[in-house]
Design a binder for this molecule. Structure first.
Ligand code: CMC
Length: 428
């Protein structure tokens, strides 16, 4: 059987044979399909890129129908159970798990870059007292590019690697500063003897005690949440990272753009929206009417549904287990009962079953963050910290991919053509 697709254009009766590779045809192969010589040629129309591959990648594999998520071939369940976040970061960026020496060096390389320039700190202090932490994170990461102008040399591998280390190290520091700003508390500097998650918690919560040590169960839960959120192949924010990076912009500017994409409530803002929704429902007895409202199309059940997972989100299962462990330490949240009832009703309801809508990663992550003492406004920031690793892995892959070019989609133009200018006095 030849690996080709035969297309007959019924407008002209002409037949074209188009090669198939990886179950995919090249969109440019459609361009030869023309009605006449002056015709531009056939294009594919795909708003939201629901069926368009923008790249070849070896970073993350998702099978949405089977509920499979793998980083570099390793199932997410095994990574969440057996590895640390920095180990997973190394895997995503390098393609293989580190050996003990490589991990030790990698942890050291990240630890030595956690401090930010004092002017970055001062700049952050100038935000309004109630500035949204995500706005602060996005603009501060963009500002970092002015401190590292050499980051523009994106085709130098050594230089790229240095910026990758800096970003993975500094994003948690900046993130913790946004929280301290929101609280009106002095910013805490990083402590390098601590693990990645432990150091982040210390920068967030240390007050006047000489040493801050977070509860081990909370540290582990946060590390697992970071692992689950580290990459999700070509999602909206990773695509933005690649799109900005495709113009050879420096990684700080590209990552600021990716974080901006993450901020939207349909993407990284969803766990914030879940908590708002649970608070709005308020009580188990109100769940049924809320679900009815979702079915009428009045609202969306936040934390439900996914563009890719149409069976279940494997991350949601792991997170639910994490939530139980955290609640054992922190006590049970009132909203957990509302969430459990909501999940139960929705999973039995014909509307959600028919549309393959299941709880996604964000359904429970917000409840865990809230139990740890992290305010809702910080939720997208907590998503951005681990995603920075995925964005950088995607960016690094894109920069070294010889087939990639500056991203520049086509459009179907449906507007007016070549109109004569109308002087002001003649316009009605
Ligand atoms: N509640 C109620 N109905 C829904 C929901 C929902 N959460 N999600 C989808 N639907 C319905 C939708 O109305 C449509 O129904 P119909 O066919 O009758 O018009 C059908 O299901 C298909 O929806 P869609 O909008 O075409 O699906 P999509 O793949 O474009 O959207 C989604 C995916 C995640 C944006 C969407 O499910 C959603 O808005 N969910 C709530 C927000 C959320 O939890 N987002 C976090 C995603 S996971 C984190 C991440 O990776 O970013």
């Amino acid at each position: 059987m030849p690996d080709t697709l035969t297309i007959t254009d019924n407008r002209t009766g002409k037949t074209y044979e188009i090669p198939i590779q990886h179950d995919t045809i090249r969109a440019m192969d459609l361009r030869q399909i023309k009605v006449n010589d002056s015709d531009f040629g056939m294009m594919a129309y795909d708003p939201g890129y629901t069926n368009t591959a923008s790249c070849k990648s070896s970073v993350t594999y998702i099978d949405g129908d089977e509920g499979v998520l793998e980083y570099r071939g390793y199932p997410i369940e095994q990574l969440a159970e057996k590895s640390s976040f920095l180990e997973v970061a190394y895997l995503l960026l390098n393609g293989d798990l580190p050996n003990p020496k490589q991990l030790q060096d990698w942890e050291h390389d990240i630890a030595i870059h956690t401090v930010v320039h004092e002017n970055i700190k001062r700049q952050m202090e100038s935000f309004r007292y109630d500035a949204h932490p995500m706005g602060m994170l996005i603009s501060t990461v963009a500002a970092l590019s002015t401190f590292y102008p050499e980051a523009k040399q994106v085709h130098c591998q050594e230089n790229r690697w240095l910026q990758i280390q800096r970003l993975i190290a500094k994003v948690p520091t900046i993130s913790a500063f946004t929280f301290r700003h929101l609280q009106g508390h002095p910013y805490n500097y990083p402590v390098n003897g601590l693990s990645y998650a432990e150091n982040f918690l210390a920068m967030m919560f240390k007050m006047t005690e000489s040493e801050y040590r977070a509860e081990p169960a909370i540290v582990r839960a946060l590390d697992i949440l970071f692992i689950l959120h580290a990459d999700h192949e070509q999602n909206c924010s990773a695509s933005v990272m690649r799109a900005i990076g495709s113009s050879d912009a420096d990684p700080y500017s590209a990552l600021a753009g990716a974080a901006a994409a993450l901020y939207g409530p349909l993407h990284g803002g969803a766990n914030e929206a879940v908590l708002q929704m649970l608070s709005e429902i308020g009580d188990v007895k109100n769940v049924r009417s809320y679900v009815d409202g979702c079915k009428n199309g009045e609202k969306r059940l936040m934390g439900f549904g996914h563009r890719v997972y149409k069976n279940y989100d494997p991350r949601a299962k792991i997170i639910k287990r994490c939530a139980d462990e955290v609640f054992e330490v922190t006590g049970r949240s009132r909203l957990l009962d509302v969430a459990l009832e909501l999940e139960k009703i929705a999973l039995e309801d014909e509307y959600f079953i028919k549309r393959k809508l299941y709880p996604n990663v964000d359904f429970y992550s917000g409840l865990i963050y809230q139990a740890i003492g992290i305010p809702v406004k910080m939720f997208p920031v907590l998503f951005a910290i681990p995603m920075a690793v995925g964005w950088l892995a995607q960016w690094n892959e894109m920069v070294t991919d010889k087939e990639q070019r500056i991203q520049r989609p086509r459009q179907i133009y449906l507007g007016d053509r070549t109109r004569d200018f109308v002087p002001m006095e003649k316009r009605s």
